[in-house]
Design a binder for this molecule. Structure first.
Ligand SMILES: Nc1ncnc2c1ncn2[C@@H]1O[C@H](COP(=O)(O)OP(=O)(O)OP(=O)(O)O)[C@@H](O)[C@H]1O
Length: 664
């Protein structure tokens, strides 16, 4: 949804230590107390998203007392620095009771009882799989796909993220090319073309082929991708590449400008992660590639792989596959011999069920805008400071937000290194980073335990890809989706694709702040305090943490500017949700002041309304009215012209990727 897809903020937890173990025990004590207290009392959520005694009890208080309490509460919402933090828990929208639609979640069994040695493969290939790649047991998708492709058929493969799709085509490609007589030589040029959406995947796939080809040294793999030197790639193409892995934009570039690229011998075409390729706006490039391949070459075997079969993917499959076998791993009825639909696919197929890894636990938390930042911070502290062995990936909507949160969290949450523990370490990853930086950080992110979607994805399919970064290849993992009260209908959108999420409560997340007295408020919490007192202390601590953030942001004009820029880019990205989700994610439903708070800004940016008048779209005008002229909207100027226009959006997205070097 944002200009640069997949912005990541990665937090790697500090390691094990005796003190963290002690904290773990304290944490358990605290959790037990919290649960005991909360279970013994009838509570409900107030309009600040927090549990309070039932209204009838509260209402019994005399008016005078209520007024006094209000004043005290206001006083308490003051950080320890003495700077008044504008109220965090007042005037928030009500958190609706979540209706959890009944969904039968589609899960796939990852591993089978079969092994690679059961297939009719070259013994050296089996040995390489076992010894170099350390794999011996077939995953379900590999068991179903490899025999189909070895039989010479085209295939359309839908299987969940992290299920081993790469080997399901790489093994048959290598098996078939090693048997070609006379032996393949560099001068044959590309015999297999593998198209993947991103540099990251291009590199990974290329490395997989490199390993598989160890015993077959006469077959040469190569990779072409945005961000690399074209001249060097041209030279490699001239020398000869037999298995060519490429991102779409860079391949089109070479088709247009490199004379030595010839497709006359191509016998395999693989479109991996086809859904992501289309999501990133590469359909035009794919058409150019297909036309170029079709105009030359012998009979070709075509394979399309995707974690989700969207309308666009089905259309693409119809364009480039020839009587394919359809392999849907999660659907036993449609297994290997099922036929691919021949009729023109209808948009209704977009409500397809998406499979997620079996070991994945999915959660959602509904958080009012103002509390979002402290809620994310409390969650990170909980998983990485007060628990052990966690690695988180946090998805946000833009490069600027990544930069902002990275700086803020490093400054406020890392904490000093102590004898017992290193400070928390935050890494960042986004499309505007220099390629060397990205490569230096390593693109493979193994053993990620939590995926946090701080900004909701722009499609259920994107949700599936994001959560698919954890619980890979039979492992375990969890995911947490942040939604504001106005966005909760997104849960239904996920349910339409058979995705089911369990609710976490804001206050439960914030309660982790009770583990660290750095955030102690003025309240006098002790182990015998009432549940309400515990809640009050938790709120106070959240306010203290918010004050730390606001103090940091307001420590100088530069940091204020960075926060404003991040807010602006967040708002801009918010306008780019697709039309069919606009009823859930509409800029009109955002409150600028509350959104500003989640960027550590004490006030909504001022003096921004004038510039918006020039913008004449109906939606833009509507937005302006709703957000109120004094608060917003000139800030959103550029996004009205881009975000509300689907065609332009795609171009923009692609351009941003191109600029970032992720693709070109
Ligand atoms: N049979 C196997 N046994 C053990 N590990 C495997 C097996 N096949 C693949 N893997 C490993 O599983 C991981 C995920 O594989 P791969 O990247 O091919 O999954 P994928 O389905 O393409 O995922 P995504 O759609 O998210 O890219 C890789 O690290 C790969 O080496």
């Amino acid at each position: 949804m944002s200009s640069a897809e997949d912005q990541l903020l990665v937090n790697i937890s500090s390691g094990l230590s005796s003190s963290s173990r002690k904290r773990g025990t304290a944490r358990q004590r605290w959790a037990t107390k919290w649960r005991r207290s909360s279970s013994g009392q009838h509570t409900h959520l107030n309009n600040q998203g927090l549990q309070v005694p039932p209204p009838d009890v509260a209402d019994r208080k005399p008016e005078k007392e209520k007024k006094k309490k209000k004043e005290t509460d206001r006083g308490k919402e003051t950080g320890r620095s003495g700077i008044k933090t504008s109220s965090l828990f007042n005037h928030n929208p009500d958190i609706p009771e979540l209706q959890r639609p009944v969904v039968s979640q589609v899960t796939e069994t990852i591993f089978t009882a079969d092994s690679f040695s059961d297939l009719q493969l070259h013994p050296h290939l089996v040995a390489t799989l076992n010894k170099v790649l350390n794999v011996s047991t077939l995953t379900s998708v590999q068991k179903q796909t490899i025999p189909v492709l070895l039989s010479g058929r085209d295939g359309v493969v839908r299987s969940q993220t992290g299920s081993g799709k790469t080997l399901s085509y790489a093994v048959p490609v290598v098996q078939s090319l090693q048997s070609v007589q006379p032996k393949v030589s560099r001068s044959d040029g590309p015999l297999a073309v593998v198209i993947v959406p991103t540099r990251e995947l291009a590199q990974q796939t290329f490395h997989t082929f490199q390993k598989l080809l160890k015993p077959f040294t006469w077959i040469v793999p190569g990779v072409l991708m945005g961000g690399e030197k074209r001249k060097a790639e041209k030279a490699r193409l001239r020398k000869g590449i037999n298995i060519l892995v490429s991102t779409p934009g860079r391949l089109v570039d070479h088709i247009k400008h490199t004379l030595s690229i010839a497709f006359s011998a191509v016998r395999w075409l693989i479109l991996d992660e086809a859904d992501r390729t289309l999501d990133l706006g590469f359909e035009k490039d794919l058409t150019i590639i297909l036309n170029s391949l079709n105009s030359a070459g012998p009979r070709r075997q075509n394979v399309l792989l995707s974690a989700t079969l969207t309308h666009g993917v089905i259309q693409l499959a119809h364009m480039c596959l020839n009587d394919p076998v359809s392999i849907h791993v999660s659907d036993p009825a449609s297994s290997t011999l099922a036929c691919f639909p021949t009729s023109d696919p209808s948009p209704a197929s977009q409500s397809e069920s998406y499979a997620v890894p079996e070991g994945l636990k999915q959660y959602v938390v509904v958080v009012p805008s103002k509390i979002r930042l402290v809620c994310l911070a409390a969650f990170i502290l909980d998983k990485c400071k007060f628990s052990q062995n966690n690695k988180l990936i946090v998805f946000v909507s833009s490069c600027e937000v990544v930069e902002f949160l990275h700086t803020l969290f490093t400054a406020v949450l890392s904490g000093p290194s102590t004898n017992h523990k290193p400070p928390l370490s935050f890494l960042r990853l986004h499309g505007n980073m220099k390629q060397e930086d990205v490569a230096a950080r390593g693109l493979d992110l193994p053993q990620v335990t939590w995926i946090v979607q701080y900004t909701p994805p722009s499609a259920a399919a994107e949700y599936v890809h994001r959560v698919g970064r954890t619980a890979r290849i039979g492992g375990r993992g969890s995911s947490l989706l942040f939604l504001t009260p106005a966005e909760t209908t997104f849960i239904e959108e996920l349910a339409n694709h058979n995705i089911s999420v369990s609710e976490m409560k804001v206050l439960d997340i914030l309660s982790s702040l009770m583990m660290d007295d750095t955030y102690k408020g003025r309240g006098k919490y002790h182990s015998k305090s009432s549940f309400t007192a515990l809640q009050q202390e938790t709120r106070e601590r959240a306010v203290v943490l918010q004050t730390h953030f606001e103090d940091f942001v307001h420590s100088g004009p530069e940091s204020v500017q960075t926060a404003k820029k991040a807010l602006q880019s967040f708002l801009r990205a918010y306008t780019t949700y697709p039309a069919h989700l606009k009823h859930i994610f509409h800029i009109r439903s955002l409150h600028l002041g509350h959104a500003a708070k989640s960027f550590g800004l004490r006030d909504a940016p001022q003096g921004l309304s004038a510039a918006s008048r020039a913008h004449g779209t109906k939606q833009a005008r509507g937005t302006k009215r709703k957000l109120s002229s004094s608060q917003t909207v000139g800030l959103l100027r550029s996004e009205f012209s881009s975000g509300l226009d689907g065609a332009k959006k795609k171009k923009k997205k692609k351009k941003a990727l191109s600029e970032s070097g992720e693709e070109d």
